[in-house]
Design a binder for this molecule. Structure first.
Ligand SMILES: NC(=O)c1ccc[n+]([C@@H]2O[C@H](COP(=O)([O-])OP(=O)(O)OC[C@H]3O[C@@H](n4cnc5c(N)ncnc54)[C@H](OP(=O)(O)O)[C@@H]3O)[C@@H](O)[C@H]2O)c1
Length: 289
């Protein structure tokens, strides 16, 4: 079976590739650059192309059986996803696993949530057998905060005081490989979540324990978060993420017990814990010093 991973050079897709290799699936990765193609693991074949270029889209999916699709956050996200769905349909792809986002229906006004709705709808309308994965906030986002944690003793993601059921990308990747290669998941939508609903202060406390030093939660003030992050991120992204953190702080971003039970059954193990992620990450950071 030939499986194409779109986003296979990024955070989630690179782990999906590792899971597919464990299952001996014939694995292809779409990338826009020769440089990223050269960095792919042994045994993986590169497909060079860009989802925003129609002539590429007409070729990318030739001879592919199954597609893992994600599209990065950006102002062309919906277009990239819709181009991909059409390319897959025209080439006769037999299965799509699409990575969307948890609570899409609740927070459709958020640009990077709402952008995923037409993609989900187009997939469901395409006639291609599909599975939708809807993950919560990734543990791996904390890689962005390495300097804040290690140099300033601060945890800056304004997750709020209600709770966020953050998830390990390893669980997303495992689920993706299972739904890409095994039958029985057609037409299903799975929320992918962690086992605990964590507040900003609890996340900081877990980092404190792991690192053996005090990590202070930067707090819920979104205006000061905005001023700080405009130094590092484009203004459209800060606008979008600030709206998202308002939702987190007001409602939480919470799993149900049913979500956790379904995921546990799918994976064959409980969702990975945040404290295990922080321990593994701290080890990698220490080794790199
Ligand atoms: N972070 C979170 O907490 C979270 C939670 C839920 C959902 N999500 C969703 O996760 C998605 C992002 O996943 P990620 O973090 O794994 O992405 P990522 O690390 O930013 O990787 C982006 C990937 O997309 C590829 N790409 C970019 N533009 C492309 C184009 N025009 N044509 C073809 N490929 C293109 C890149 O490949 P090359 O550069 O090699 O071409 C790269 O492999 C977003 O949709 C986001 O909303 C994130």
């Amino acid at each position: 079976m030939k499986v194409l991973v779109i986003g296979g050079t990024g955070t989630v897709g690179s782990q999906v590739v590792q899971e597919l290799l464990k299952q001996n699936a014939e694995t292809y990765v779409l990338t826009r650059t020769e440089a990223n193609a050269k960095k792919l693991p042994g045994g993986v074949k590169a497909v060079i192309g860009d989802l925003l270029i129609p002539n590429d889209v007409k070729k990318i999916f030739n001879n592919i059986d199954s597609v893992f699709l994600l599209n990065p956050v950006g102002n062309t996200e919906a277009s990239e996803g819709l181009f991909a769905v059409n390319g897959a349909r025209m080439a006769g792809v037999k299965r799509i696993v699409y990575m969307s986002v948890h609570k899409l229906d609740d927070w459709i006004h958020l640009p990077h949530f709402g952008s995923k709705l037409p993609i989900e709808l187009a997939i469901k309308d395409s006639g291609i057998p599909y599975t939708v994965l809807r993950p919560n906030n990734f543990y791996q986002n904390d890689y962005w905060f390495k300097d804040a944690l290690l140099q300033y003793g601060v945890y800056p993601q304004p997750l709020g005081d209600v709770g966020v059921s953050r998830v390990d990308v390893a669980d997303i990747a495992e689920t993706a490989a299972i739904t890409l290669t095994q039958d029985g998941h057609e037409g299903k939508t799975y929320n992918l979540v962690g086992p605990d609903a964590l507040t900003g202060a609890q996340v900081a406390a877990i980092w404190s324990e792991t690192l053996g030093t005090t990590i202070t939660y930067a707090g819920n003030d979104l205006d000061s978060w905005e001023q700080q992050f405009l130094q590092f991120l484009p203004d459209w992204m800060v606008f979008d993420f600030k709206l998202m953190y308002e939702c987190f702080q007001r409602d939480g971003f919470l799993a149900t017990q049913e979500d956790i039970d379904i995921q546990t059954k799918l994976l064959g193990h409980a969702p990975r814990k945040f404290s295990d992620f922080t321990k593994a990450t701290a080890k990698i950071w220490k080794a790199a010093q």
